[in-house]
Design a protein around this ligand. Structure first.
Ligand code: AP5
Length: 192
């Protein structure tokens, strides 16, 4: 199964991708996690990305595509993947299309987790207190939501127009949201 998970910051992409990874037995590729690993390692790329991420902006398309190409060159992605955090603008959507085409692959579904902004702000404020992620500070959250509306919302529309979009209600318990996703993408595998 090849899945693209879409949704605003804090909509639960990472949380659900971790569960889907076990369930579908395919790797979870989070561009946010890949970038945070570079920042933690203090690499040249990480140094470039650190401030951009902390203020809630998007890291350059070029860097992201390079990272993604590297990750997709690994053997484990042949069986499928859950892509979380990419694409985030229309140029990235086109680049993903091109990359998958060059690999002779195509994804099965783009799943959008729908969560309203009020709930998002509440979730990220909770995580800011619990984990202290730099971009969960209120100013950065505002910026991330703005970037999402301006740059990522058109990606959702793009997949909708191409008949590839599945929208899943992202509010509820983790189990409820997970069950909705599974029912939407692989009803034959859903339990209960
Ligand atoms: P990234 O790491 O992708 O962050 P994000 O999209 O802002 O997503 P989050 O990780 O905040 O949220 P999520 O949807 O994964 O939700 P989560 O499961 O964590 O990107 C970070 C930055 O990296 C970007 O801003 C950008 O700078 C850069 N970047 C990454 N990809 C890029 C790209 N393609 N191009 C350019 N730049 C890029 O959950 C959030 C919280 O809610 C958690 O505390 C969780 O416990 C809680 N929660 C989850 N589900 C529920 C639920 N059902 N009910 C209640 N709480 C819940």
């Amino acid at each position: 199964m090849r899945l693209v998970l879409l949704g605003a910051p804090g909509s639960g992409k990472g949380t659900q991708a971790a569960r889907l990874k076990e369930y579908l037995q395919v790797p979870h590729i989070s561009t946010g996690d890949l970038l945070r690993a570079e920042v933690a390692a203090g690499s040249a790329l990480g140094l470039q990305a650190k401030e951009v991420m902390a203020r809630g902006d998007l890291v350059s398309d070029e860097i992201l595509l390079g990272m993604l190409r590297d990750r997709f060159s690994r053997e484990d992605t042949k069986a499928g993947f859950i892509l979380d955090g990419y694409p985030r603008n229309l140029a990235q959507a086109a680049a993903l299309d091109e990359l998958l085409r060059s690999l002779g692959q195509k994804f099965d579904a783009a799943v959008q987790l729908a969560v309203d902004n009020e709930q998002i702000v509440e979730r990220l404020a909770g995580r800011a207190q619990a984990e202290g992620r730099a971009d969960d500070a209120p100013e950065a959250v505002r910026k991330r939501l703005q970037v999402y509306d301006q740059q990522t919302a058109p990606v959702i529309e793009f997949y909708r127009q191409h008949g590839q979009l599945t929208v899943v209600e992202g509010v509820g318990t983790l189990d409820e949201v997970f069950t909705r996703i599974v029912e939407a993408i692989a009803p034959e595998k859903a339990v209960g």
